[in-house]
Design a protein around this ligand. Structure first.
Ligand code: DGJ
Length: 749
């Protein structure tokens, strides 16, 4: 049993495999947070997180004349209200009909539910192996009647706790919610580091670890999408925590819209962490009896370093967020025509590409942008999802058939949420595009967005997309989204509901995706947003993989995939081998390096394979065979980041089988130095007492090595203990090459 309650029904114990979480309702009904961390093993913890009066605290009236130490400002809480005397960041803010805004939440009751709760219309983790149990704690603002139910699902084996909130208007009048955080968590005064992820186009999710200082550190998106700029996830770490040791917490939002992530260190050093829909772009009107669901957030703790937190999230996302056939099934290796042709193709070219792709072993050809409406560049055509038969030289049905006859399955690109001003759809329904009446809206990549909050818009998209999938026999859909929301206004919402715009937009996107999933359960959907601009656990509920970045340069990808991997599994990261010189950076890299990096993602190709010389095609085929042979390790192994992309010489990472029987090391040299040094690292995840054979995946790589490296990487047997303690070093070659990459396989002998 992962949830226990004390006899008086006021103390709550949540237990995962390695962690404990504890809270209690005090005598005034405040739901206090007491502990979250290493499994405590008993109920009698000597040191629980408690309030230390700050001095001159404001006291609730009922205790003011008796206990001047009881102050909401210092009490660690599970979910804070507003307008009383807790001056820290608030979780819930509401405006009542009489204009008052005070919310004081007190414990009312609890219930335990078997399994995992679901959230209507929103993505949420699920449990299909009997791992989860749910605790619902009801809090109420007694003076108005506003009710907040806090949901905690405990996934014991997975070591993850999910949180969500349902607010119900049980007051006599209308309530307008102004803020409704999904996760709020208080931590005792200690030193903490906060790791968040920043980026921009072609530079997504760069990790940034800072010492948390007094005040508030926040990352956010006001873009209507989780964004290229910041990711809705963070790690709160002990200062001494490294990649493989030490304690830390991870949080991740199961939501894809505007968000606010705040870490407040108050003047006494206590820390309050919050994650939720961004309040600046949110208000929600509730008539009496109506309710609102704040989206879900994931929470985990580990004392196995940053990689321990990553492993919890990777396994959980692979197992309890990603759904359907493609959760477990081997995914197709695709070739996408975008960087191979951009908008300039005809049907013959596409079929030739599919044929050449089949020859190297690719089993899915994906037709990207430019196949529909009037679209030979990015200035027109979005919204007109009728295939351009003149351009492709046949119907979309025939094209699908020709691609299959060439030897691969067929997949297709859409940017459903966007519309070009120069499109039949815009001319017919100008009011469907997002714009403020009387103002010209901003264009981005020459496009506008459709008001996805409207049901008529959603239905039209479902119809348009479904008919293309049916006609073409597509088994894969790339769902792109290439601009942020601006100029918010919905013609379908009354004035006092315009604050609901962003969340209704997201609910609309989710409804379209869910309807398509139900209609086409075998369809593999890949998310995309100018690269990885909507890479979050919310999208992963509908799209098992997401295009990680428009930057396909393998050297730049090292940092992008490294940062993304802090939270998200290898299996979710779209990664392709593209042409050299690279189209984004102009850098020339060996094909093997491009392949090694793409293999720690979904692995695919994005170049004009028809132009590749035979020997290059043979090399591509070989890489693809390696990927298939190592599929289980690459896609489901525990990922260890052994040398970061900021290392002077090399990036090294490892994927280790969960039973410790084998591991794959990947090394990529950044630059070639004349004065070389050994880049050493310790191998993780093996069994100390077992013996392992260490060898290069490509036999031909052995020839490149100097004599000492040859003795080690050509099948030598080494103990797991030696690999963990003394470790290995990046193979040394006789002639250093820039950007050279190696794969080293370690297998139990
Ligand atoms: C942006 C995506 O990230 C690219 O992969 C490509 O699909 C283009 N859009 C097409 O317009």
């Amino acid at each position: 049993m992962s949830i226990r309650v004390s006899e008086d029904g006021r103390q709550f114990f949540l237990e995962t495999k390695t962690s404990s979480y504890r809270m209690k309702a005090d005598e005034l009904g405040t739901l206090r947070h007491l502990y979250y961390g290493e499994k405590s093993g008993g109920d009698d913890l000597p040191a629980l997180f408690h309030a230390v009066p700050r001095g001159h605290d404001a006291n609730p009236h009922e205790t003011g004349m008796k206990d001047r130490d009881y102050g909401l400002e210092s009490i660690p809480q599970e979910y804070s209200g507003f307008g009383g005397a807790d001056y820290r960041t608030t979780a819930l803010r509401a405006r009542f009909e009489d204009g008052t805004r005070t919310v004081r939440l007190r414990f009312e009751s609890y219930r335990i539910e078997a399994g995992k709760y679901a959230i209507p219309g929103l993505p949420a983790a699920y449990d299909d192996r009997g791992d989860a149990e749910t605790l619902v704690i009801t809090l109420r603002d007694a003076e108005t009647g506003l009710k907040a139910e806090l949901y905690y699902a405990v996934f014991e084996e997975a070591d993850v706790i999910t949180r969500a909130v349902k607010v119900t208007n049980e007051t006599a009048g209308t309530v307008t919610l102004e803020k409704c955080a999904s996760l709020a968590l208080d931590f005792p005064a200690r030193d903490y580091d906060l790791m968040t992820f920043f980026g921009r186009w072609a530079k997504e999710r760069t990790p940034e670890r800072v010492k948390l200082a007094h005040g508030i550190r926040a990352v956010q998106s006001l873009r209507g999408a989780s964004s290229l700029q910041y990711n809705p996830s963070a790690l709160l770490l002990a200062p001494e925590t490294t990649e493989t040791s030490g304690e830390g917490y991870g949080i991740a939002f199961v939501y894809s819209g505007s968000f606010l992530l705040e870490a407040e260190k108050d003047p006494a050093g206590d820390v309050r962490l919050q994650l939720g829909i961004h309040p600046d772009l949110f208000s929600w009107k509730l008539a009496p009896g109506e309710c609102f669901y704040a989206p879900e957030a994931l929470l985990t703790w580990s004392n196995a370093g940053v990689s321990g937190i990553s492993h919890h999230f990777h396994d959980f996302i692979n197992r309890s967020i990603v759904r359907g056939k493609w959760r477990d099934a081997e995914r197709p290796v695709l070739l996408n025509n975008w960087e191979g042709t951009y908008f300039h193709f005809d049907g013959e070219k596409l079929v030739a590409m599919a044929k050449a792709a089949a020859e190297i072993g690719v089993n899915l050809f994906v037709l990207d942008d430019g196949w529909f409406g009037k679209r030979d560049d990015d200035r027109s055509g979005l919204g007109d999802w009728q295939p351009n038969e003149a351009k492709i030289g046949c119907s979309i049905r025939e094209l699908g058939e020709k691609v299959r006859a060439a030897g691969t399955a067929f997949g297709i690109w859409f940017e459903p949420e966007a519309v070009s001003e120069d499109s039949d759809l815009f001319r017919a329904h100008p009011d469907w595009a997002i714009a403020v009446p009387g103002r010209e809206p901003s264009l981005a990549r020459y496009e506008l967005l459709l008001d996805l909050g409207r049901k008529d818009v959603q239905d039209r998209l479902i119809e348009d997309i479904s008919s293309v999938i049916r006609a073409s026999g597509a088994v894969y859909l790339k769902w792109d989204f290439n601009r942020s929301i601006s100029d918010r206004y919905s013609a379908a919402l009354p004035a006092d509901r315009q604050g609901e715009f962003d969340h209704r937009y997201m609910l609309g996107v989710y409804r379209v995706l869910e309807t398509l999933r139900e209609a086409f359960p075998e369809l593999l959907i890949e998310g995309c947003s100018s690269g990885g601009g909507r890479f979050d656990a919310g999208m992963l509920y509908y799209t098992p993989q997401i295009w990680t970045s428009d930057d396909t340069d393998p050297i730049e990808r090292l940092m992008i995939q490294y940062g993304t991997s802090m939270i998200y599994p290898v299996r979710t990261m779209g990664a392709h081998v593209s042409a050299s010189p690279n189209h984004q950076t102009g850098r020339k890299t060996p094909l093997h390096t491009r392949a090694v990096v793409a293999m720690s993602g979904t692995f695919g190709f994005e170049l004009d394979v028809t132009k590749a010389p035979e020997e290059e095609k043979a090399e591509m085929r070989e890489e693809l065979e390696t990927f298939r042979a190592l599929y289980g390790l690459l896609q489901f192994g525990d990922l260890y980041r052994l040398l970061p992309p900021t290392d002077e010489n090399c990036t090294v990472w490892e994927q280790a089988a969960k039973d410790g029987s084998r591991a794959l090391l990947s090394t990529v040299r950044h630059t070639a130095h004349a004065a070389r040094v050994l880049s050493g690292f310790q191998v993780q995840g093996l069994k100390d007492e077992a013996m392992y054979r260490v060898r290069m995946v490509r036999e031909k790589d052995v020839e490149k090595l100097d004599d000492t490296s040859k003795t080690l990487f050509d099948g030598r047997t080494v103990s797991g203990r030696a690999l963990r303690t003394a470790g290995l070093y990046v193979p040394v070659t006789c002639f250093p090459e820039e950007y050279e990459a190696f794969q080293i396989l370690i297998e139990e002998a």
